[in-house]
Design a binder for this molecule. Structure first.
Ligand SMILES: Cc1ncc(COP(=O)(O)O)c(C=O)c1O
Length: 397
């Protein structure tokens, strides 16, 4: 019997994006066995990212160590990330996770003055909420912007942000169901009260243009293993140029110094750039992979990716509604990442396993199963995956 994947590839494609879809699909060996629709969790390996990891392993094996080249590669990853968000490389710190990036940022804030309030949405990934909660012991007061019916209404920020607010912590995409926030509007509300805006963009970078200057964002973080085609182990923190020299993170280390190789144990000289948010020895192998993954996104272009993933999302939503599936959150693709969440009557992890058995990679999260296409997927794969999802969900009820 054909797997859904074989069936889907056997169907002639009716539509293609504005880039060489077949060329990019040839970069992804996993497509021979699966339809990967789990990009909100982990994007597939490409020949390019694998070659990057091997370049590091080869260098290590051949030369023993080559810190100059390795650090250059970390810098190139930083620069590739900066290019993606329209920042300068000097405004980007290299960290190891969004948790670490958020902790560094939080540790640079002062919760003893008038502005002790942190406003965070209930749509934040729990790790971000945990960091803010942990800073209550330093005087931070947390106020939550609610999630209602799977979305955060813009009006819900009103009255929560006030003149005692130091920072607003707003994710771009909600990990649970793909709801996407209007960052320009949130920035305006935040700055109207003299507060700063911190954005966790892990669920959107790689799927749409994000221009930190145009959106007027103060801080932004993301890892690379979702739509940025990378691996665990590395994340980036953008810090607006004008704020860098005002901030002194207590989560620090020798790579945050003006000259890490001065080895001055009693001197805390801060790097003049966002490097001051770097801490210890950087994640070199992850940086090799991150640069390669980011280069794919920059090469195709986030706007081209958005045009195609919007098309795939619309097909997913229309097809789901036609099959009577229940969607969590909004069905308006203008307000969505490529991730769509379906309510599971039973255990979502059983549904994930059932889909995997049938050649489809999806991602369970609490009560929902998420299908999250990316630039390399086809409309026919969406149709095939929906057929299987409807069958698996039916079996589970
Ligand atoms: C929006 C978002 N933020 C943060 C994380 C996790 O961050 P960390 O890099 O700390 O594991 C995830 C998912 O794993 C996420 O979806």
């Amino acid at each position: 019997m054909n797997t859904p994947h074989q069936t889907a590839t056997a169907i002639p494609r009716t539509e293609d994006p504005a880039y060489d879809l077949d060329g990019w699909r040839r970069q992804i060996p996993l497509l021979d066995a699966f339809i990967p629709l789990n990009n909100c969790s982990q994007a597939p390996q490409t020949h390019r990212t694998r070659a990057a990891a091997e370049a590091y392993l080869d260098s290590w094996n051949r030369d023993g160590m080559d810190w100059e080249t390795w650090m250059e590669e970390v810098h190139r990853a930083r620069a590739e990330f900066a290019r993606l968000i329209n920042a300068s490389p000097d405004e980007v710190a290299v960290t190891t996770s969004v948790s670490a990036a958020t902790a560094s940022l939080a540790s640079a804030l002062n919760f003893t003055g008038r502005r002790t309030k942190v406003v965070a949405t209930e749509a934040e990934f729990p790790t971000v909420g945990h960091v803010w909660l942990a800073h209550q012991k330093y005087g931070a007061r947390l106020a939550w912007v609610p999630v209602r019916d799977g979305v955060v209404d813009l009006e819900a920020y009103d009255g929560v942000i006030d003149d005692e607010t130091q920072i607003v912590s707003a994710c771009h995409g909600y990990y649970q169901n793909g709801f996407k926030q209007d960052l320009a509007a949130i920035a305006e509300k935040t700055h109207a009260h003299g507060a700063w805006l911190y954005v966790d963009a892990y669920q959107t970078l790689g799927t749409c243009p994000v221009d930190v200057k145009a959106l007027d964002i103060d801080f932004l973080s993301s890892g690379t293993l979702k739509y940025l085609m990378g691996t665990p182990g590395i994340a980036f923190l953008y810090v607006r140029q004008a704020l860098i020299e005002r901030l002194h993170p207590a989560v620090t280390g020798w790579f945050g110094r003006a000259n890490p190789f001065a080895f001055q144990i009693k001197t805390l000289d801060w790097a003049p750039t966002a490097n001051r948010f770097d801490t210890g020895t950087p994640p070199v192998i992850s940086a090799y992979v991150a640069r390669a993954g980011l280069s794919i996104i920059n090469e195709i272009g986030p706007a081209n990716i958005q045009a195609w993933t919007d098309r795939l999302s619309q097909r997913l939503i229309d097809g789901a509604l036609a099959r009577g599936l229940s969607i969590d959150g909004t069905t308006d693709i203008q307000q969505k990442t490529p991730s769509t969440a379906f309510v599971c009557p039973g255990d979502s992890h059983t549904v994930e396993a059932g889909l995997r058995e049938r050649g489809i990679l999806a991602s369970a999260r609490g009560p929902v199963i998420r299908l999250a296409p990316h630039f390399y997927n086809t409309l026919e794969e969406i149709d095939g995956a929906l057929d299987v999802l409807a069958e698996v969900l039916e079996r589970e009820t």
